[in-house]
Design a protein around this ligand. Structure first.
Ligand SMILES: N[C@@H](CCC(=O)N[C@@H](CS)C(=O)NCC(=O)O)C(=O)O
Length: 219
């Protein structure tokens, strides 16, 4: 059923940036954006909690031609949904069941689960939890595991790349590229090849649009 309208609930410097970036890749400016201020607690407003009981961003509302509105949560699932719904954007190798498509799926999930979890543990114990509940040991363990498990796998792929799954940009870059950006803000992914990878991604107009609010925050 044809999609008639897309609306993203988004907060800068959060996982919803993956979805905002994907939307700019697939429909350019053809979507609506509602910004939430997580520090102010907008995610706990009853109207938003009714959309996402997890009280987190991203949330994507998909309006279709038959008048239905579907509410989607979970950044990686939404990235995958958009990649499938807009095949002309070329974010997934087209052949179902092909090794190339399987590789993009595994890297996208690796980004959304194992890598994301380690980065989240670092953030949680450095910034989010009340100081008395923070565990510096957990930060250290997560950093070490990221450096020992995630970085070498990404580096090996980027050496062959230039993208994560070969020569073509894909949905895996949308999730893992965002993670590399996040990792660098934690002092990880320091090797030059990660810098080169982000420079490559940064040349995409959709990337620049998607992260303009982060740049504005930093400025
Ligand atoms: N697994 C979810 C995680 C979503 C999530 O935790 N989002 C964070 C921002 S990165 C959030 O909205 N947190 C709400 C809060 O800080 O209270 C996804 O990838 O979409």
């Amino acid at each position: 059923m044809a999609i008639t309208r897309l609306k993203l609930f988004h907060a800068p410097a959060s996982r919803s940036a993956r979805v905002r970036w994907t939307l700019h890749e697939v429909v350019g400016e053809g979507f609506e954006l509602e910004r939430l201020d997580l520090a102010r607690g907008d995610q706990f407003a009853p109207a938003f909690a009714a959309l996402n009981p997890n009280r987190s961003v991203p949330v994507l509302q998909v309006h279709r031609h038959d008048g239905s509105v579907q509410t989607l949560i979970e950044s990686a699932a939404i990235v995958l949904f958009l990649a499938e719904a807009y095949p002309a954007a070329g974010l997934l190798p087209p052949e179902l069941g092909s090794p190339e498509r399987a590789d993009v799926l595994q890297m996208l999930q690796f980004g959304a689960t194992s890598a994301d979890r380690l980065l989240w543990q670092i953030r949680l114990h450095e910034k989010v939890l009340p100081p008395a509940e923070r565990d510096p040991g957990e930060v250290e363990r997560s950093r070490r595991r990221f450096q020992q498990q995630v970085e070498p796998q990404l580096a090996e792929r980027l050496r062959q790349g230039p993208h994560l799954c070969g020569s073509a940009f894909s949905a895996a870059d949308l999730v893992m590229g965002h993670n590399v950006l996040w990792a660098r803000s934690c002092g990880l992914c320091g090797e030059r090849l990660f810098q080169r990878y982000l420079a490559l991604l940064g040349r995409r107009p959709a990337f620049a649009r998607a992260f303009d609010d982060v740049m504005a925050l930093q400025a």
